[in-house]
Ligand binder design. Structure first.
Ligand SMILES: NC(=O)C1=CN([C@@H]2O[C@H](COP(=O)(O)OP(=O)(O)OC[C@H]3O[C@@H](n4cnc5c(N)ncnc54)[C@H](OP(=O)(O)O)[C@@H]3O)[C@@H](O)[C@H]2O)C=CC1
Ligand SMILES: CC(C)=CCC[C@@H](C)[C@H]1CC=C2C3=C(CC[C@@]21C)[C@@]1(C)CC[C@H](O)C(C)(C)[C@@H]1CC3
Length: 555
């Protein structure tokens, strides 16, 4: 197996396995979790069980592998001789396709600080046991694993193409409504399975074969940095060129087929997501001959269902370069969402005899802009907790590949069948809300990115900040002086403006902004927890200076 040198004298094999100098790390650490979900006992780092019952899956951790050393005997890495080479082989400046050098979210101080942190972690243990539960522990995640596909399919069923979204008999008897819809709906179509698998392969080929630039991510707990290919924007353009080619040859037919088959497509995408996440979970237990797989801090509890949801492996890669989590986060699902919107607009166009409502135009443009913004700012994804912290489990796999394209396109699905008319004042109000949201979202995110990558830039030089003992700086003026997650506020305002395009006749398209408020509040709590642990009293000082969490003067 080929290898490439990394920092600290370690090597990483091209399938992402970590090797230390001369030894495989086999330490374990056993602790008791907080949060009232019961003790985590008899768990191992590898946490695999020879046979597993359903109650094992949900309620109890995996059994200890016989060959594991006792929990109180941590095996330490030897770093002797590796630190000097680490400094020398410091990070190659990364090149951005849109000019300038990009180190996602890191200044030099931070880099050193991250290196110190990495040293501590490597000295102690790389794959420590997860001791704090999120999502209400194994029971909560079991519910989530079943719940998120059910919610997604229920939302598709609620939008009846003929009778409305939802039809009036839903309010009379929801149970009878669903029984009727389930017995009449077509859930499974082979063509839909072929379309989803074909789409994944097409996006993977674009990722692999279209040219791009390469940048390094933030340091892993081992100190190593992975290299990522930046070409999402080009892949999206190529996708739309391909779609235009299909249109030139086949007309609107294929696009209308997609619009009319969102339910079987969502089922097919769910099948794909289940297969991928089961494979990821199973393969995260592989024991390579030399070294170990780097696991996510939050996905290694030993409870199979919990780890399946959270994701065990931090950076699953194929052939050393094809980063599955990074690929799924921005490409098939997000671009799929915008393509789905276009297909649904085609359906409305045909239904209305060659015209589109202002609501549909706004949805396609606003949500399309959001997708383009994400692709254009691709390097920024490398500092999000999804990439740096979370493992790649069912939560992100299903979230990226099913939840985003099918639930985020509910406004367009609704409008394709219910072309609501909006007054000019409503259109103007929605546009202003969207612009206000974009303004906050983009300027806050860009301000932080610029400040973290180039603090001497005139646009951010004047901003006040707290110099933390950890080395990094926390902004306390500008956007980040208004609220600790002001970017979430901008993002949510945009989500509200998208939902408002559907008028007031149905609650279904409002699912997005309601769910999104819950996601952002939960995410803010997770991030707050992370930062409090990381920065200690500096974070307390930051909270004293910036009082509001997301919405200034409200929350
Ligand atoms: N559409 C969707 O479904 C979703 C969209 N999003 C969007 O993704 C974007 C990224 O979100 P997310 O990754 O959660 O986090 P943020 O971009 O808000 O980044 C949070 C991190 O920034 C650093 N930080 C916090 N406060 C400061 C400060 N005052 N000055 C400098 N740095 C600071 C901390 O990292 P450090 O440890 O480096 O100090 C913290 O962990 C957001 O705009 C969000 O709205 C997110 C989830 C879902
Ligand atoms: C209920 C369930 C399965 C939730 C999973 C959560 C995911 C849907 C979201 C977690 C973080 C996300 C991000 C984006 C999309 C939604 C998920 C995957 C994102 C790619 C959207 C576009 C933005 O510009 C973004 C790149 C900042 C963002 C990153 C986080």
């Amino acid at each position: 197996m080929s290898t490439r040198a990394t920092r600290r004298g370690k090597k990483t094999t091209l399938d992402g396995v970590l090797e230390t100098e001369g030894s495989t790390v086999t330490s374990t650490r056993e602790t008791t979790p907080v949060g009232g979900d019961g003790p985590i006992a008899n768990r191992t780092r590898r946490g695999s069980a020879a046979s597993t019952t359903l109650s094992d899956l949900i309620g109890s951790p995996s059994r200890r592998a016989a060959s594991e050393p006792p929990s109180d005997v941590p095996v330490r890495h030897s770093l002797a001789g590796s630190r000097a080479s680490t400094r020398q082989s410091s990070v190659t400046p990364s090149i951005s396709s849109r000019g300038g050098s990009v180190e996602p979210g890191l200044d030099e101080d931070e880099e050193l600080e991250e290196e110190e942190e990495a040293t501590e972690l490597v000295d102690a243990d790389i794959n420590s046991i997860t001791t704090t539960f999120e999502f209400m522990g194994p029971h909560g995640t079991a519910l989530a694993v079943l719940g998120v596909p059910v919610v997604t399919l229920a939302l598709q069923l609620l939008c009846d193409p003929v009778k409305g979204c939802p039809s009036s008999n839903f309010y009379e008897s929801p149970l009878a409504y669903f029984t009727d819809r389930i017995s009449h709906a077509t859930f499974f179509k082979l063509e839909a399975v072929a379309a989803i698998f074909g789409w994944m392969i097409f996006q993977a080929l674009l990722y692999g074969y279209l040219p791009g630039t390469y940048i390094q991510g933030v340091p892993l707990p081992t100190g190593e940095r992975l290299t990522y290919k930046i070409n999402a924007f080009g892949c999206m353009i190529a996708t739309y060129i391909a779609a235009y080619a299909v249109f030139s040859v086949k007309g609107l037919g294929p696009f209308l087929w997609v619009a009319d088959n969102t339910l079987p497509l969502a089922v097919a995408a769910t099948i794909y997501a289940i297969i991928q996440s089961v494979l990821l979970y199973v393969l995260s237990h592989r024991i390579p001959p030399h070294g170990q797989i780097l696991l996510a801090k939050g996905g290694n509890s030993g409870y199979p269902i919990y780890d399946f949801w959270m994701g065990r492996e931090l950076n699953p890669r194929l052939w050393g370069w094809f980063d599955l989590k990074y690929f799924c986060e921005l490409r098939p699902g997000l671009v799929g969402w915008s393509v789905l919107n276009v297909c649904l607009a085609c359906r409305q166009w045909v239904n209305l005899g060659g015209t589109l409502t202002p609501g549909m135009v706004m949805v396609v443009l606003f949500e399309g802009y959001y997708v383009i913004d994400a692709q254009w700012n691709e390097p920024a994804i490398l500092t999000t907790m999804d990439i740096t912290t979370d493992g790649f489990g069912f939560m992100l796999t299903f979230g990226d590949l099913v939840w985003v394209p099918f639930n985020y396109s509910l406004q367009a699905l609704y409008l394709s069948r219910n072309p609501e008319s909006l007054s000019s004042a409503a259109v103007a109000g929605i546009c202003l809300l969207q612009l206000f949201g974009i303004y906050i979202f983009r300027s806050a995110n860009s301000e932080k990115n610029l400040f973290r990558t180039n603090p001497d830039d005139p646009a951010v030089q004047h901003l006040e900040y707290i110099q933390t003992k950890r080395g990094s700086r926390l902004l306390v003026s500008g956007w980040w002086g208004l609220a600790r997650h002001i970017n979430y506020f901008g993002d949510w305002l945009m989500s509200l403006s998208w939902c408002l395009t559907t008028g007031c006749s149905s609650p279904i398209p409002y699912f997005y902004c309601i769910y999104f408020a819950i996601l952002l509040i939960h995410r803010e709590i997770r991030d707050e927890h992370k930062c409090r642990n990381k920065y200690g009293e500096d974070w307390e000082e930051y909270c004293r200076r910036v009082k509001w969490r997301i919405v200034p003067y409200i929350w």
